[in-house]
Design a protein around this ligand. Structure first.
Ligand SMILES: [Zn+2]
Length: 428
């Protein structure tokens, strides 16, 4: 009895809270999300069961077509953007709701997954509220949250005059080369938007992503003087390539560290002969021969372009100066995915989401540790718009054979996304 009373009081105070903070229109939007909930879960099952590994061009396009039909149905202008054949990618779906009122939004998702047709992980299954399925969490779940939030908004007549561009890439997990082509359209869309919202998997119901680290690569090549090992350390023969490589890596380790920066030597080969190509290396040598060559391939992860450039400069200095006797070294850098730095604009946007969440009685949304999140598509548009990521579903094991998503939070995440989008489009 006592427990019942407490529940009753809680229910009354919750509805009182709703009454205080959500407008009539907002309540109508939430009702429409709820009405379509079962349909949205069935829709998610349907798209998870179609393989769309990045290299499975037909699969990516099949999933894209299903989303395209849905966006056509709610009055968005849709276009499929093909990539040049030599890029071997499925292409992108862009859908646009035209309007001139409020803040202009760019919503970001992706159609591809890391699970190719030869993966043992292909189908949807469900135990209680936990769905297991390839890409359910990363990120078909987020794509469906976005779609059903927009459906509710359209049916409520809440975004009649708003400009909203939906960008669903077919190659987020392994972007088509060159980026100048594969990320051209999203950058163009960002340039005519005010905010970017990305629906990659959430780091938890109460967290949003205001920053993502960028990723790039480096290749170190070191040469020494090949000679009989009995002369190693002598003036004429010197230290050899492997000792010099060890000196360089040790100096990276000691001198570079700073917050949000990491640099990982992933592969190393060295000896009298060594080759390293696409992560595959071979080396040969003898214990009694001073090493002539060594190669290292590594990554460099960073929170801003400035941090990346600073680290590269330091690395190049370490490589070029104070070489051990009779050795020399060069380092090459290669750009990968840019970073999304934690800007003031991103924090402000997250505060708006947090307010929505509090008004719904769901509690605050806090910023996730900027150093803890890897590279993502939103980073490409970070120079042009403020953004928040991690608006997708909650789950675990993304990219693994045990990828899951949680249906318990799915409904509230869709509801929250709908009101977040609505309030932004109402902003002057
Ligand atoms: Zn993803």
């Amino acid at each position: 009895m006592r427990i019942l009373q407490i529940i009753a009081i809680t229910l009354i105070s919750t509805s009182f809270l709703f009454g205080q903070t959500l407008s009539k229109k907002e309540k109508q939007i939430l009702k429409l999300v709820d009405k379509n909930l079962d349909e949205s879960i069935q829709f998610l099952e349907q798209v998870v069961n179609i393989n769309s590994g990045t290299n499975n061009i037909a699969g990516v396009q099949a999933v894209g077509k299903i989303f395209q039909d849905q966006y056509n149905k709610i009055g968005f202008d849709t276009r499929w953007i093909d990539m040049p054949v030599q890029m071997k990618r499925g292409g992108h779906l862009f859908a646009e709701h035209k309007g001139t009122k409020g803040k202009r939004l760019l919503l970001i998702g992706h159609l591809d997954t890391v699970f190719e047709p030869d993966s043992p992980f292909q189908k949807w299954s469900m135990v209680d509220s936990i769905v297991s399925g390839p890409g359910a969490n990363d990120m078909k779940g987020g794509d469906v949250i976005m779609l059903y939030a927009l459906k509710a908004l359209v049916h409520a007549g809440a975004i009649d005059k708003a400009q909203i561009i939906v960008a669903l890439h077919g190659d987020e997990e392994n972007s088509g080369d060159p980026d100048e082509i594969s990320r051209r359209d999203i950058i163009a869309a960002a340039k005519r938007s005010d905010y970017a919202l990305a629906f990659e998997t959430a780091t938890g119901f109460e967290y949003g992503t205001v920053a993502r680290r960028g990723a790039s690569e480096w290749t170190l090549e070191v040469t020494g003087k090949r000679a009989h090992s009995s002369g190693v350390f002598s003036k004429n023969i010197g230290a050899g390539a492997i000792y010099e490589t060890s000196r360089i890596l040790q100096e990276f380790y000691e001198k570079l560290p700073e917050q949000y920066l990491t640099f990982n030597p992933g592969v190393i080969v060295g000896g009298s002969a060594a080759s390293l190509e696409n992560g595959e290396g071979t080396a040969s040598g003898k214990t009694n021969v001073v090493a002539e060559i060594a190669k290292v391939h590594g990554d460099l992860r960073f929170i801003s372009e400035e941090q990346k450039e600073k680290a590269r400069k330091q690395m190049a200095e370490i490589v070029a100066h104070h070489n051990l006797p009779q050795t020399s070294a060069t380092i090459r850098f290669k750009d990968g995915i840019p970073s999304m730095p934690p800007t003031e604009g991103n924090y402000k946007l997250l505060a708006i989401l947090s307010k929505v969440s509090v008004d719904m009685g769901l509690g605050e949304v806090k910023p996730w540790d900027p150093g803890q999140r890897g590279a993502g598509d939103i980073s490409y548009v970070a120079p042009y718009v403020s953004g928040v990521d991690g608006l997708g579903c909650t789950g675990s094991g993304a990219h693994s054979l045990h990828e899951t998503m949680d249906l318990k939070t799915f409904k509230n995440l869709t509801r929250r996304a709908a009101l977040f989008i609505y309030r932004l489009t109402m902003e002057k």
